[in-house]
Design a protein around this ligand. Structure first.
Ligand SMILES: [Zn+2]
Length: 639
């Protein structure tokens, strides 16, 4: 039986799912005969990169194109479709990394196509090419022969050298919305004559995480069970998903730090055949929702009706960043599952950490609350008359007097952290010791148990502050969360960061620099909920570049660079980024210099960064292209 994703591979651009902008641009280029010489298709797997490349290969060679699209019936189209066309070459860079292959390609590129109008080279996994191979390829790109079209496909565009990126037209294939995948799945089920429960289709669409191909593979798995109609229950079993009641019980257990309850729920899920990774993902998805509801961004969450109610309750129960921690821990546990480990044990250890660590239940928690209350009272006593001051201050009023209640409250909350971070340090020490000798995942690496106590001591020294010191850090508190969890703009923040307004404008998918610039205040707020001081550090930084799987953060000074590189702080940032973006990102921190006055000596460097910034900003639109002059309609140049 042919896999569904092969059988239903898009045959023309108009069939591509969820890449409307790319389709529009490419269609225009094809109709106008204005294709570039070389393209870079970037994006996560299963979003249509290779399908588009193959459609382009046919479109430039089709004998009877319709509105720029290939007819898929003429001799040229048929030969390309059945893979017998010698002029269309698909190269898997993962297995052809070498400079020899690229030199060979460079030689062969010179010859005219044997049969078709254009030679098309589709280079899959292009990021796998070696530097030498890239250099050889670059020589070809500098003087591209008129009869050749290059299409580079990659899931990791940042690994493609800048020199190449600046010579190709780049398209970013975004994650496809689950609504579009849902439609697609139901249409395919109808064509296959299989009855598919709408709730089951929604579930598969969600599990596909933006990849059409993954969605179709999952649908294949459900069809393979033989159950007809395909119900929600069929789907859950085929995909190894736990029953929602079990997930609900697990999260509710976590919320009250009932370790036994959470473990019992996990045990029930495993006994019913749930996949550990899927279990973590489902819990993470709902934890993210609870966290977003807690920060007052409920509209950023798309949930089924019963889940909505659950997440609101979880958010109300634990409004202070606990669900962000759940996200971090579960993300880390999922990473560890990539190593050969006992998956069940790993999940259980994660649940135990969540119940034991943090503002642990029982005595410790009561102590924390007592401390917080004491601190609050002290704050009131200390600030005295300031209490009566109206919240809205006139501009120009001294910044050293923020409204006392909120900052003091928050400062006290962070002051109770050492006990938590201490146990966190202990456990990350354990985890490092238990990890296999091979490369540990980045978010765990460098957790140096020996170095930790000193860091913690220093950090706690900074954190145990009196109200006067809080005033000194006041300007950092641009966006503060009040006790109900709603985001409110702090009047001391000035015009720079209109918190709530910005949060509600968050774009759906954070894959571009522009989107991250808009989302930056929300990210800072997410970090602020875990670590106020660290949020202050982040406030001095800015996003430099972004892609579907990556975020580059610019650090203006060495101080910021060191703080962002601190292994104890890194997971906080990674978790916040994941929460805001709705998915993990590879985090890269780069020194970017102070924004105001760039040093004269670093001019060249600044220029390069500017280029990077421009490239990142306009990712997805035309950057630089060497154009073919409608070669499709010209006689082949014999010279
Ligand atoms: Zn054709």
């Amino acid at each position: 039986m042919t896999a569904l994703y092969r059988k239903y591979r898009s045959a023309v651009l108009a069939d591509l799912i969820g890449q409307d902008d790319i389709v529009r641009t490419l269609s225009n280029e094809l109709r106008g005969g204005k294709l570039a010489h070389a393209y870079l298709f970037a994006g996560i797997r299963g979003t249509g990169k290779t399908s588009t490349a193959r459609i382009l290969a046919r479109a430039v060679n089709c004998l009877e194109p319709v509105e720029g699209e290939p007819c898929n019936r003429c001799q040229a189209c048929v030969e390309i479709l059945d893979g017998s066309a010698v002029d269309v070459l698909e190269i898997d860079a993962a297995s052809n990394r070498g400079i020899d292959e690229m030199r060979d390609l460079r030689e062969r590129v010179r010859y005219l196509p044997a049969k078709l109008r254009s030679k098309v080279y589709i280079i899959d996994e292009a990021h796998m090419l070696t530097t030498e191979a890239w250099n050889a390829f670059l020589k070809t790109l500098e003087e591209p022969p008129a009869h050749v079209l290059f299409i580079l496909c990659t899931t990791e565009p940042h690994k493609v050298p800048d020199t190449v990126r600046s010579r190709v037209q780049r398209f970013d294939f975004g994650r496809v919305s689950s609504a579009r995948i849902d439609d697609h799945l139901r249409s395919i089920a109808a064509q296959e004559g299989v009855e598919l429960d709408p709730a089951a289709a929604r579930l598969i669409a969600r599990a596909a995480q933006g990849s059409v191909r993954d969605g179709l593979s999952l649908l294949d798995q459900c069809f393979a069970t033989g159950d007809r109609p395909v119900t929600l229950e069929t789907c859950r079993r085929a995909l190894g998903l736990a029953h929602p009641d079990v997930i609900r019980a697990l999260l509710e257990g976590l919320a009250v730090r009932d370790a036994a309850g959470a473990l019992r729920a996990a045990g029930a899920a495993f006994d019913a055949g749930a996949d550990p990774r899927q279990l973590l993902r489902e819990c993470s998805r709902l934890a993210r929702a609870a966290e977003l509801v807690a920060v007052g961004f409920a509209e950023g969450v798309r949930l089924e009706a019963d889940e909505d109610e659950l997440c609101r309750r979880l958010a109300a129960q634990e409004p202070d960043g606990f669900w962000l921690r759940v996200l971090e821990e579960m993300g880390a546990a999922e990473l560890e599952l990539r190593q050969p480990v006992d998956a069940r044990l790993q999940v259980e250890a994660c649940l135990l950490r969540l119940c034991r660590g943090g503002s642990a239940g029982g005595g410790e928690e009561r102590l924390d609350r007592l401390e917080a209350r004491l601190g609050e009272l002290e704050g009131h006593l200390g600030s005295g008359a300031r209490e009566a001051r109206p919240v809205g201050r006139a501009p120009g009023a001294p910044a050293a007097a923020p409204p006392p209640a909120a900052p003091v409250h928050r400062a006290v909350r962070t002051a109770s952290e050492p006990s938590r971070t201490g146990s966190e340090a202990a456990r990350s020490g354990q985890r490092t010791a238990a990890a296999p000798a091979s490369d540990p995942p980045p978010r765990l690496s460098g957790a140096d148990p020996a170095g930790q106590p000193a860091d913690e001591a220093r950090a706690s020294g900074e954190l145990e502050v009196d109200p006067a010191e809080v005033s000194a850090v006041g300007p950092l508190g641009a966006v503060a969360a009040d006790s109900t969890g709603t985001v409110a703009a702090d009047p001391t923040a000035g015009a720079a960061e209109p918190g709530a307004a910005v949060v509600s404008r968050l774009p759906d998918s954070l894959v571009t620099l522009e989107a991250w610039q808009v989302a930056w205040p929300a990210l800072i707020e997410a970090v602020n909920r875990r670590d106020r001081v660290f949020a202050g550090v982040l406030r001095g930084c800015r996003p430099l570049a972004a892609g579907p799987d990556r975020l580059v953060v610019g650090a203006p000074y060495d101080f910021h660079l060191k703080q962002l590189g601190n292994p104890a702080k890194r997971p906080i940032l990674a978790g916040a980024v994941e929460a805001v973006a709705g998915g993990p990102r590879e985090l890269v921190v780069e020194f970017c210099g102070a924004p105001a006055a760039p040093a004269g000596g670093a001019a060249a460097d600044a220029g390069a960064q500017l280029t990077d910034a421009v490239v990142a900003t306009f990712a997805g639109s035309r950057i630089t292209s060497t154009r073919l002059v409608d070669h499709a309609h010209d006689p082949v140049d014999e010279g």
